[in-house]
Design a protein around this ligand. Structure first.
Ligand SMILES: [Zn+2]
Length: 356
C-alpha cells in the first residue's frame, strides 16, 4: 500500500558482512590503516558509541567524542596518555552531528587538547539552540506531545525525567569552525568526501574516503538498528521523506567500502543495509496503515508502530518517530489528520488500505 517509487528494491546485492573485530569499551582498536575505533560507554539501552581517531603526521583527528560522563572522560584521559596514540596530540575534532553522544565531549576535548572543533553549520545552529541556557527544549516539546496524544501525567513525567542537553553536552568553544561541505576534507592522510544528509539530523556529516575503502557513517546508516527519525519542534516536519531520500547516496556505496558506524560493528555491504532499512520503514508504515482504520493519535499507534509497548524513557523518541511516519503517510495522501476540540490530532487512513 506504500507507493513503490520510494522502495525501488534491488535484488542480487551482496549481503551485509559484519566485521568480526572484538571491540571492547575503552580500548582503541586499529580498524584500518591509520584509523582507530574507540568505543565509549553510554548510560542507555544502547550502551556504547564508536568514535574514530585518524592518524595525522603530527597527531590525531578525532571524529565524534562521546557523551559527557565521568566514565567517558576517564577513558579519554587514559587513551590520550596511551602508547597507541604515541602520546601525540589531538589536532582537531570533527563532529558528525549535534546529538549528545557525538558532540558531548567535543568542548571538553577541545579545551583539554587545545584543538579546534569542526562541524557543519546546520548542526552547529541546532547545538547552539539546544544548549541555550535561556531555553528548555524539552519543555518546548510539550505542545507537540499534547497534540499527538501523550497523556498529561506521562508528559509531566517525561518533562521531569528527560535529561537536558546541557547535562550531557559540555559547552562548545566560543569559536567552532564550520565545515565547507562543498569541498573535500583532508584528514588522517586521506581525502574524504563529505556526504551531508537530512532525516536523522539537519546537516548530518558522513565521510567517504577518496579510495572508496572507508566510510565514517555517523548515525546515517547503522547496522542492526535504524537511526531515530523523528519530528521535533522547529525541525523538519517530514524527516522520514528526507531520510529515505538521503539513502540514495548510500545505496551507491561499493561493496568493498568498510562502513565505520557510530554504533555496533563495522560492515561491508552498505547498499544491502540500505535495502534492509528501507524494508524496515516500509513494514512500519504498513503496520500503521493496517491498524489505523479509525481516527487515532500518534500515541495510540506507538505499540503498533514498534511492535511492543515502549518503556517510559523511550516514549519521547518513539512519539517523535510515530509523528514522522504519520506525517509521511499524510503527505503521500494515504492518511488524513484532524485537530479535535481537545487539541489532539487524530489520523485515519484514506480508503481501505489495500494495495493500489
Ligand atoms: Zn544521532
Amino acid at each position: 500500500m506504500i507507493p513503490a517509487t520510494l522502495w525501488q528494491r534491488r535484488d542480487g546485492l551482496p549481503p551485509v558482512r559484519h566485521h568480526d573485530a572484538h571491540i571492547e569499551i575503552g580500548r582503541p582498536l586499529a580498524i584500518g590503516e591509520g584509523v582507530l575505533l574507540l568505543r565509549l560507554p553510554l548510560p542507555f539501552a544502547l550502551n556504547h558509541i564508536n568514535v574514530y581517531l585518524l592518524e595525522e603526521a603530527d597527531g590525531w583527528t578525532v571524529v565524534d567524542c562521546g557523551l559527557d560522563t565521568a566514565a567517558a572522560r576517564e577513558i579519554w584521559e587514559s587513551v590520550l596518555r596511551s602508547a597507541i596514540l604515541g602520546r601525540r596530540p589531538v589536532r582537531q575534532i570533527v563532529v558528525t552531528h549535534h546529538h549528545p553522544d557525538h558532540i558531548g565531549l567535543a568542548g571538553w576535548l577541545a579545551t583539554r587538547c587545545r584543538a579546534p572543533v569542526r562541524m557543519t553549520a546546520g548542526e552547529l545552529t541546532v547545538a547552539g539552540r539546544y544548549a541555550d541556557p535561556k531555553r528548555d527544549v524539552v519543555a518546548e516539546r510539550t505542545p507537540l506531545w499534547h497534540e499527538h496524544g501523550l497523556p498529561r501525567p506521562l508528559a509531566a513525567e517525561l518533562l521531569d525525567r528527560m535529561p537536558r542537553y546541557a547535562v550531557q553536552v559540555h559547552p562548545l568553544p566560543e569559536r567552532v569552525d564550520p565545515i565547507d561541505t562543498g569541498r573535500v576534507l583532508r584528514l588522517g592522510g586521506r581525502i574524504w568526501h563529505p556526504i551531508v544528509r537530512r532525516g536523522h539530523a539537519p546537516e548530518h556529516l558522513s565521510l567517504l574516503s577518496d579510495d572508496g575503502l572507508l566510510m565514517i557513517g555517523g548515525d546515517q546508516v547503522l547496522p542492526k538498528i535504524t537511526p531515530n527519525i523523528a519530528v521535533w519542534p522547529g525541525g523538519d516536519a517530514d524527516p522520514l521523506r528526507s531520510y529515505l531520500r538521503s539513502l540514495a547516496s548510500f545505496e551507491a556505496i561499493d561493496e568493498k567500502t568498510l562502513l565505520l558506524p557510530s554504533h555496533k560493528q563495522p560492515l561491508w555491504g552498505v547498499a544491502s543495509r540500505v535495502e534492509e532499512i528501507r524494508a524496515h520503514h516500509e513494514d512500519r508504515l504498513d503496520a500503521v496503515m493496517t491498524v489505523c482504520t479509525e481516527p487515532m493519535t500518534g500515541y495510540d499507534l506507538l505499540t503498533s508502530l514498534f511492535g511492543r509497548p515502549l518503556r517510559h524513557e523511550e516514549v519521547g523518541f518513539g512519539l517523535g518517530e510515530a509523528i514522522a511516519h504519520l506525517n509521511f503517510l499524510e503527505s503521500e495522501g494515504l492518511m488524513r489528520s484532524e485537530l479535535g476540540p481537545d487539541g489532539r490530532r487524530r489520523f485515519a487512513r484514506l480508503g481501505d488500505g489495500s494495495p493500489s
